[in-house]
Design a protein around this ligand. Structure first.
Ligand SMILES: [Zn+2]
Length: 266
C-alpha cells in the first residue's frame, strides 16, 4: 500500500509538472474522469488548499470577488455546477484554478488590476481553464483511473497531500500549453462579455503584465510560467475584440470594486 501510494504521488506530481509537455500517447489510459468525479476530487483538493495556503477571509472582499465570479460563471456551459472563488494572501502576481471549479486569485494580482474589467478578465480566463477541463485532462492523460479512484474513495490521503504540497510550494501547478492558453483567452473573452464586462479589460490586463515582465518585475514571473505565450496572445485577443464590433460595451470599472475588494486586500 505504501509503495502504491508513493508511486501514485510520484505519478500525479510528475503529471502536473510535465503538463506543459505533450507526450502523445504515453501514459494515456483512454479512460475519462466524469464531471462528478472531477468535482469530488476538486473539493478534496480545495479543502487542502484552505489548510495550507493563507486565504483572505474578509467578507466584503470575498463577497465582491464571488459576485464577479458568478456573473462570469453563469455565462458558461457549467453554470449549474458549483464554482468557488478565493483570494490568496500572496503578493506574487498570479491566479490559478484547480479541478472542480475552484479559482484562486492572489492579492498581488488584484493589486495590479486597476479596473474591475481587468480583474474580470483574469477570473474569466481561470474559469475557462476549468470549463475546458485543461487541468483534469492533463491528469487523465498520464494517470490510471484506478489511482484517481483511490483518492476519491479517501484511500489515498497521502497522494492528495503530496499533490497539494507541490501546488502550495509553487512547483507543480499545471503549466498550460499555448493552445490551452489561447482557448482559455477565447472562452474567457466570451464569458466576461456575456457576464456584462468590457472585454478590453483582458487586453489592458495582459498588456500591463507583459510590460511588468519586460521591465524585470519578478513578481509576475510565476504568472507567465503558468500561462505561457505573451505578445501572440495579446495580438489574438486584440483581433477578437475588433471582430466583436460594437458588441463590447460593458462594465469597465466600478467604485465598489475599489472600496469592497481592491482597497481591502492591499
Ligand atoms: Zn492560463
Amino acid at each position: 500500500m505504501l509503495k502504491r501510494t508513493l508511486l501514485l504521488s510520484i505519478v500525479l506530481i510528475a503529471s502536473l509538472t510535465a503538463a506543459g509537455c505533450r507526450s502523445g500517447a504515453l501514459g494515456a489510459t483512454g479512460n475519462s474522469i466524469s464531471l462528478d468525479q472531477e468535482w469530488q476530487l476538486g473539493d478534496q483538493m480545495a479543502a487542502q488548499v484552505a489548510q495550507q495556503m493563507q486565504l483572505v477571509h474578509d467578507p466584503a472582499a470575498l463577497g465582491y470577488l464571488r459576485q464577479m465570479g458568478e456573473r462570469i460563471h453563469a455565462a458558461t456551459p457549467l453554470a449549474t455546477r458549483p464554482f468557488d472563488f478565493e483570494i490568496v494572501n500572496d503578493p506574487a502576481v498570479n491566479a490559478f484554478s484547480i479541478p472542480g471549479g475552484h479559482v484562486y486569485i492572489n492579492a498581488g494580482l488584484i493589486a495590479q488590476a486597476d479596473k474591475a474589467d481587468e480583474l474580470a478578465a483574469v477570473v474569466a480566463h481561470e474559469v475557462s481553464h476549468v470549463v475546458a477541463r485543461h487541468v483534469i485532462k492533463q491528469v487523465e492523460r498520464q494517470q490510471e483511473i484506478g489511482a484517481i479512484a483511490s483518492i476519491l474513495l479517501g484511500q489515498n490521503q497521502n497522494g492528495l497531500q503530496q499533490l497539494l504540497a507541490q501546488i502550495v510550494a509553487g512547483g507543480a501547478m499545471a503549466r498550460f500549453s499555448r493552445a490551452d492558453e489561447k482557448e482559455a483567452d477565447d472562452l474567457g473573452l466570451q464569458f466576461m462579455t456575456q457576464g456584462g464586462y468590457d472585454p478590453h479589460g483582458m487586453l489592458d490586463m495582459f498588456q500591463k503584465l507583459l510590460s511588468l515582465e519586460k521591465g524585470g518585475d519578478s513578481s509576475v514571473t510565476r504568472f507567465f510560467a503558468d500561462h505561457p505565450g505573451t505578445q501572440d496572445r495579446i495580438n489574438d485577443i486584440s483581433g477578437r475584440i475588433a471582430k466583436m464590433g460594437n458588441n463590447t460595451s460593458g462594465i469597465v470599472d466600478d467604485p465598489a470594486y475599489h472600496s469592497s475588494l481592491k482597497d481591502r486586500v492591499r
